[in-house]
Design a protein around this ligand. Structure first.
Ligand code: CUA
Length: 160
């Protein structure tokens, strides 16, 4: 093995190790994880997912509610081809935690111009928090192909 080969092999190995350490530190040290699969919808034997979703709190009462000053929780059910609810009215500066699940197939939950961007996987709960500082109307779209009317699956966030 030529000396350059050894140097390049050592650099490649070092880069891999550094990246693994960085990913490990982000996931464990900083607690940065994908916004899904931390909680699941319990499905009883013989029960279908859609009825399990409708029975499981907080998805038995979907909607937007205030939980503290300037803090809101939005509980959303995605199903072909709509979000329930699909419109959210908020004051500027509101911090919203979206808890989203799907009652059928994989959907997306994406608000362009914000960090809100997650898959919504059947039976799993995606949780993502964002503060809407700028007033305006934000589009909410499904960005995972979910069937015939995927392109119509949308909603909005109105910040005043
Ligand atoms: Cu739901 Cu695409």
């Amino acid at each position: 093995m030529a000396v350059y080969e050894k140097i390049f092999a050592a650099i490649s190995a070092a880069v891999l190790v550094l990246l693994l350490i960085a990913v490990g530190y982000a996931a464990i040290g900083l607690g940065i994880n994908l916004p899904s699969h931390r909680e699941v919808i319990p499905v009883k034997p013989g029960q279908n997912l859609a009825s399990a979703v409708l029975e499981t709190p907080p998805f038995n009462t979907p909607g937007l509610r205030q939980i503290a000053k300037n803090k809101y929780e939005a509980v959303v059910i995605a199903s072909a081809w709509s979000f329930l609810p699909s419109e959210f009215d908020l004051p500027a500066g509101a911090e919203v935690t979206f808890r989203v699940t799907s009652a059928d197939v994989t959907h997306g939950f994406f608000i362009p111009g914000t960090r809100v961007n997650t898959m919504v996987i059947p039976g799993q709960i995606s949780v993502i928090t964002y503060r809407f500082d700028k007033p305006g109307t934000y589009l909410l779209i499904c960005h995972e192909y979910c069937g015939l009317l995927h392109h119509t699956m949308a909603g909005k966030v109105v910040v005043k």
